[in-house]
Design a protein around this ligand. Structure first.
Ligand code: PLP
Length: 388
């Protein structure tokens, strides 16, 4: 039997917080004393530094990643009458952001090997109203920037990146957040860079987009009590910005630990390939920041995903599914008119993917334990088959 301490969770945030606990307490204390809770100095500082790390000039902190998408699109003048292309297999917040901006979401399928948006499929849904594409840098891997830029150039579209899972990711020499006109990040606690609560940011190289974002997040005010457009209240708290600023220097170290863990998984899982269990492909080398480590259990595998997941839970190993229902089949969005069969790769992936434990601080022996448990479950299952 496993004792509680032997359990391996999908994510463990305690480790990173223990590492810098004294610093965090210090900055929280400082903000408390300073009292500049809203749009304070630490926010400005964090916005500038984070945007610069992404390779762009402007960062505008908001209340969540979802708001970063909704307000970011609006700031890029994307809204009513515009069609926006996005992948069906993203977290629903991408879709919600498009709807909240007032634009029409147009879903497309993904590539089965990477789970990233299929640009060939995107090319087939272009209409005269298509205004933008949202590449989602899913699981921490960027959609190919060169292909995206080509695509956007060919069809005269804006690129708005959903980089909520891709802090500091790179590919082909580009940073996540620097490919399009603007990009959205989330600082939800379990993201690669997470706050102690909700938070998000729009980063952009465009001064007009930045100016409009500053207004939109602050009641549409161009100056105090002068409201030039109907904005909202969506600001990143000074307190959260101060915490994020403390965490930021550790981010690349945390990301490279995630990368090492992924390398170990890849290596140790290679023998399971024969059973139809394979990792999602990485085409961005060390630029992949592995927000999640996802394997795929092929339809012809001797093992069922639900069985594998159940048995791993029993062995004290938590796993996840990102995501079990693609956007087009979510009850809330059936009115968009899509149906089962529309996006076969996204649908198949939703039935086959499994996320394994992944977080900075996960040890070599814990990774080994996860893989060993999988191997045991698979081989026991095979024996069962043989005995029938
Ligand atoms: C987390 C996430 C979001 C939403 O961010 P919140 O901060 O939770 O609102 C959007 N898109 C993707 C791909 C995400 O993973």
């Amino acid at each position: 039997m496993n004792s509680n301490s032997d359990k391996i969770p999908l994510v463990n945030l305690n480790l990173q917080h223990q590492q810098i606990q004294a610093q965090l307490q210090q900055v929280i204390q400082t903000v408390l004393q300073t009292g500049d809770f809203i749009l304070g100095a630490k926010l400005k500082e964090f916005e500038t530094i984070f945007a610069n790390i992404c390779g762009v000039e402007y960062g505008i902190g908001v209340a969540s990643g979802t708001d970063a998408i909704a307000l970011g699109l609006q700031a890029c003048n994307i809204g009513s009458g515009d069609e926006v292309i996005l992948p069906a297999n993203t977290f629903v917040a991408t879709l919600i952001g498009v709807l909240r901006a007032g634009a029409k979401p147009v879903l497309v399928d993904c590539e089965p090997e990477t789970a990233l948006i299929d640009l060939a499929a995107a090319a087939r849904v272009i209409t005269p109203n298509t205004k933008a594409i949202i590449p989602v840098h899913l699981y921490g891997q960027m959609v190919s920037p060169t292909k995206l830029l080509d695509f956007a150039h060919t069809y005269k579209l804006l690129i708005f990146e959903d980089a909520a899972q891709a802090h500091l990711a790179t590919r082909e020499g580009y940073h996540a957040g620097s490919v399009g006109i603007a990009a959205a990040f989330s600082f939800y606690p379990s993201k690669n860079l997470g706050a102690l609560g909700d938070g998000g940011m729009v980063v952009t190289k465009d001064a007009d987009v930045a100016q409009k974002m500053l207004r939109l997040r602050n009641y549409g005010a161009s100056s105090k009590y002068c409201h030039t457009e109907p904005g909202t209240n969506s600001r990143l708290d000074t307190l959260q910005a101060a915490v994020l600023l403390e965490k930021l220097p550790y981010l690349s170290q945390w990301n490279s630990h995630r990368y090492q863990i992924a390398q170990q998984y890849n290596l140790e899982l290679s023998s399971l390939g024969l059973s139809g269990i394979t990792p999602m492909q990485n085409h961005s080398e060390s630029g992949h920041v592995y927000h999640l480590y996802v394997v795929r259990i092929a339809g012809n595998s001797s093992i069922q995903r639900s069985y594998l997941q159940e048995q791993m839970t029993a062995a004290g190993i938590q796993t996840g599914i990102h995501y079990p229902i693609p956007c087009h089949l979510q009850p809330a969005f059936l009115n968009l008119g899509y149906q089962a069969g529309d996006f076969p790769h996204a649908e198949q992936l939703s039935e086959q993917i499994l996320s394994l434990p992944m977080y900075p601080g996960l040890t070599h022996s814990q990774v080994k334990k996860v893989v060993t448990a999988m191997m045991q479950i698979v081989s026991q299952q095979k024996q069962k088959f043989l005995h029938i």
